[in-house]
Design a protein around this ligand. Structure first.
Ligand code: MG
Length: 402
């Protein structure tokens, strides 16, 4: 029996946004790692792990993952917040890593074994104009990615108007551009009309709205995009407005993906059990780790919903590995968001999953299969302010909810 000896956090990347938990045991050389990555609140999550939750777990049997998960979850009394969920999720990943090492098996074997040969991923294409976008989509397709996300630039792209071209308040705040729902409704369907004309209906394409639209416009966009047969439309509503999925479902067949902002089962369970969405996109660490996410995947299987665990630019190789093992062993898996790392970052995380030709491949090492070289990881840290809040605004100066 391996007992938990110490739990600490190693910080990497600008602002220390990669917060990697290391759970050490009383067995020499036996430890596990997990991701507590938070680009906005890395210090808060680290404090929760190192000063609050970690010390309470010292001396417990590291093998009793379910019991530790349930006791930490309910010990907070107030639960399902993003900070404590992330802290718990990281420790949970590390405990599964330890269990795999003790068993001498990769994590996907503990979860039931592979039910696919590798994990298909979607790539992120964007362009400032349609020609640049179609070139980028083709680049991802040629690389082998079976699904490609298509965006007109960054968050909210397609919905921005030059600030000096619209009616604005006298002495309104300084802005170069403003977000406008109607511009978005005009430009994004045109983008897919163009892409389908140029690429046909073979390529599987998605689009991420980044929750920018007012709810009734989310319904309208879903309907307008129906003829272009998306693989899925992502984050068309913010978490506060998910009841609107009932109206979307009643009016069109555009497949819906959401969940990267979810932390609470009350958000995702009704959407899955009422078949109001097609893909659930929680980030493994934010949902509380492998323990709840394997239950989400099992729930999805019974209702025909698929998983598309969130990754993307601010994620790390440890969270990616956790998602990959779940993907490999789950029959309700749909698609995995891709993430790529620099050579220096891969050096700091030996055993990181290999992404090649649009597919993610595990190694056969026990546990998560990825480790951390602490010296190299710490060398990746740079001082910088944590990412601020999103500041896209409408013409009247009000914030667009991301
Ligand atoms: Mg998204």
């Amino acid at each position: 029996m391996a007992k938990i000896l110490e739990i600490r956090v190693i910080r990497a990347r600008p602002g220390g946004s990669w917060a990697i938990v290391k759970v050490l045991t009383d067995q020499p050389g036996l430890w596990g790692i997990g991701s507590a990555n938070d680009v906005h609140h890395g210090d808060t999550v680290t404090t929760a792990i190192e000063q609050v939750i970690g010390p309470r777990l010292v001396g417990l049997d590291a093998a009793q993952i379910e019991d530790i998960w349930q006791s930490v979850y309910t010990a907070a009394y107030w639960r399902n917040g993003s900070i404590l969920n992330t802290a718990l999720g990281a420790i949970d990943m590390a405990l599964w890593d330890i269990k795999g090492k003790e068993a001498g098996l990769p994590l996907y074997q503990l979860l039931g074994g592979k039910c696919r040969d590798a994990v298909p991923c979607y790539g992120h294409a964007s362009g400032r104009d349609l020609e640049a976008l179609v070139d980028d989509v083709q680049r991802w397709l040629e690389e082998g990615f079976p699904v490609v996300r298509c965006q007109l630039g960054a968050y909210g792209g397609g919905g921005f108007l030059a600030a000096d071209s619209v009616s604005r308040p006298i002495d309104g705040r300084e802005m170069d551009s403003v977000f406008d729902d109607e511009a978005y409704l005009e430009n994004v369907p045109k983008m897919f009309e163009f892409l389908r004309e140029r690429l046909g209906f073979g390529p599987k394409l998605t689009h991420d709205v980044h929750e920018h639209l007012k709810p009734h416009n989310a319904v309208t966009l879903s309907k307008l995009l129906e003829p272009y047969r998306l693989y899925f439309l992502e984050d068309v509503l913010p978490p506060e407005q998910i009841d609107w999925f009932r109206l979307i479902r009643a009016q069109c067949t555009t497949p819906q993906a959401i969940g990267e902002l979810f932390v609470n089962p009350h958000e995702y369970v009704p959407l899955i059990s009422e078949r109001l969405i097609d893909y659930i996109r929680v980030r493994v660490s934010k949902a509380g780790g492998i323990t709840p996410c394997r239950k989400i995947a099992a729930l999805c299987e019974f209702f025909g919903v698929q998983t598309a665990f969130q990754e993307g630019g601010d994620n790390d190789p440890v969270n990616q590995a956790a998602a990959m093992h779940l993907d490999l062993a789950s029959t309700s898996f749909g698609i995995q968001e891709e993430n790529q790392f620099s050579d220096a970052e891969r050096d700091a995380f030996p055993g990181a999953a290999v992404l090649e030709g649009g597919y993610l491949y595990p190694n056969d090492s026990p546990g998560l299969g990825v480790d951390i070289d602490e010296v190299k990881a710490v060398a990746l840290r740079r001082d910088s302010d944590p990412s601020g809040t999103a500041q896209d605004r409408r013409a009247d100066g009000s914030v667009v909810r991301p």
